[in-house]
Design a protein around this ligand. Structure first.
Ligand SMILES: [Zn+2]
Length: 86
């Protein structure tokens, strides 16, 4: 089953973590599979990726961290790189 948009209740509740403005979802032209939603969430000044239906509402890199120490174990892509990929 293809998911074409984020659930409306989720989208209505989302706010930009940086400026608190409402976020608008734009679906990616190419959906890599039928299971998830891919696209971007935008406020007037910030852009965040949505990967497989999961909004990535953060800045910096999306890395794997040790849960006990917070130490970065695997350096991941930046949010800007994810946005350009979607
Ligand atoms: Zn913002």
């Amino acid at each position: 089953m293809r998911v074409s948009l984020l659930p409306a209740r989720l989208q209505a509740a989302l706010r930009c973590p940086d400026c608190r403005e409402p976020l608008t979802f734009s679906q990616a032209q190419h959906q890599p599979d039928d299971a998830g939603a891919y696209g971007i969430l935008c406020c007037p000044t910030h852009v965040y990726p949505v990967i497989d239906g999961i909004p990535v509402l953060r800045t910096g890199r999306v890395s794997v961290q040790d849960h006990m120490t917070g130490r970065e174990e695997v350096v991941g892509p930046s949010v800007a790189e994810l946005v350009s990929t979607v």
